[in-house]
Design a protein around this ligand. Structure first.
Ligand code: ZN
Ligand code: ZN
Length: 341
């Protein structure tokens, strides 16, 4: 089979590999479509904390079960599934508390420990698979993983019906966090970005206000039109976004960070103290978030297929990585379809 090996910084090479076998608790999937995540772009540039070469990247995937291990009983060959791309050691303090997403020893898809989905086939433990309904197209089903990131963040922020929220950064994670906030009942959802096509997509999938930071300050916008917001989600790792969050959140409001910062965050702790602001981290998701993400996709309330218009065969993976990085031609979430060429 073909697999895309991330062999060094800035380079992915197609290689030939044996199709994996399914261990007793595993399935082997034929990968139908797989998304390029911001974390893969960080990896490609050499700035991700643990996604390092050599490895097969890819952790957002929809596949069809081709082989089933002898101990797997809840699935059938031919089922369409998506994957929750991590599992814990099962023994540490975090795992025992149900917080396996924070396990130091956790196994993550698309790393040296577990070959990712930028390949024609992949082996996965059955415990990480979720059946997708036939009605869901693979190019929407593949959003379950990034949407679960948003669902987890919205839960950590405790978004309530009628809340006013801001989502700073309207890339795929920002946009899907807006969807999750909408689904939790938020009424005002202000998104920001420097790219007009991201903002336009946001308006179609539930954001009420879209601010282009190249033209307008989100701080001025919120002060003028909204007053202040209850919750802010920081989905872009820029010092300016951390600062904006502190200036638009209400007193006793919550700021949730879901971004990888490459430098200093510059958080003004005096402001945090004076206004009793809560700053919360949100890292990936757990099973309940994943299930909720799939049910939001299934409700089909938002035209989420507009996020995944840019799709490439495996042979063009380096082009796909570059489009995902530059966001050119209106790209939002770039997909690779390993089984077509
Ligand atoms: Zn991801
Ligand atoms: Zn653990």
């Amino acid at each position: 089979m073909k697999a895309a090996l991330f062999d060094e910084i800035d380079s992915i090479t197609l290689i030939d590999k044996d199709i994996p076998e399914a261990k007793p608790n595993e399935a082997v999937l034929k990968v139908i479509t797989t998304g390029i995540c911001g974390s893969e772009i960080h990896a490609y540039k050499g700035t991700h904390p643990f996604r390092k070469p050599p490895s097969v990247l890819g952790h957002e995937a929809v596949g069809i079960i081709e082989k089933l291990g002898s101990d797997v009983s809840d699935f059938n060959i031919g089922d369409t599934v998506t994957i929750e791309p991590h599992y814990g050691c099962g023994e540490c303090r975090e795992c025992l508390a149900g917080d396996y997403h924070l396990c130091n020893q956790k196994t993550v898809l698309g790393t040296k420990k577990w070959d990712g989905s930028f390949a024609e086939y992949m082996a996965v433990p059955a415990s990480t698979m979720y059946k997708l309904p036939e009605s869901l197209s693979p190019s929407v089903g593949v959003l379950a993983e990034p949407l679960a990131v948003g669902v987890h963040a919205v839960k950590k922020a405790d978004v309530q019906k009628g809340d006013k929220v801001a989502v700073l950064g309207a890339g795929p994670i920002g946009l899907l966090t807006a969807v999750a906030a909408r689904s939790a009942g938020a009424e005002t959802i202000c998104i920001t970005d420097a790219l007009e096509h991201n903002l336009a997509a946001g308006k179609k999938i539930g954001a009420t206000d879209a601010v282009n930071v190249k033209e307008e300050s989100i701080v001025d916008y919120v002060h003028e039109h909204v007053g202040s917001v209850d919750k802010v989600f920081v989905t872009i790792g820029l010092k300016s976004a951390a600062d904006e969050a502190l200036h638009i959140v209400k007193k006793k409001g919550k700021i949730v960070s879901i971004a990888i910062f490459e430098g200093d965050t510059g958080i003004d702790l005096n402001k945090v103290f004076m206004s009793e602001i809560e700053i919360i981290g949100s890292s990936m998701y757990v099973k309940e978030d994943f299930e909720q993400a799939i049910s939001i996709l299934q409700e089909d309330k938002y035209p989420l297929d507009i996020l995944t218009k840019h799709q490439f065969p495996m042979d063009e993976i380096n082009t796909a990585m570059s489009v995902a990085q530059t966001k050119k031609d209106g790209a939002i979430k770039v997909l690779i379809n390993p089984s077509h060429s």
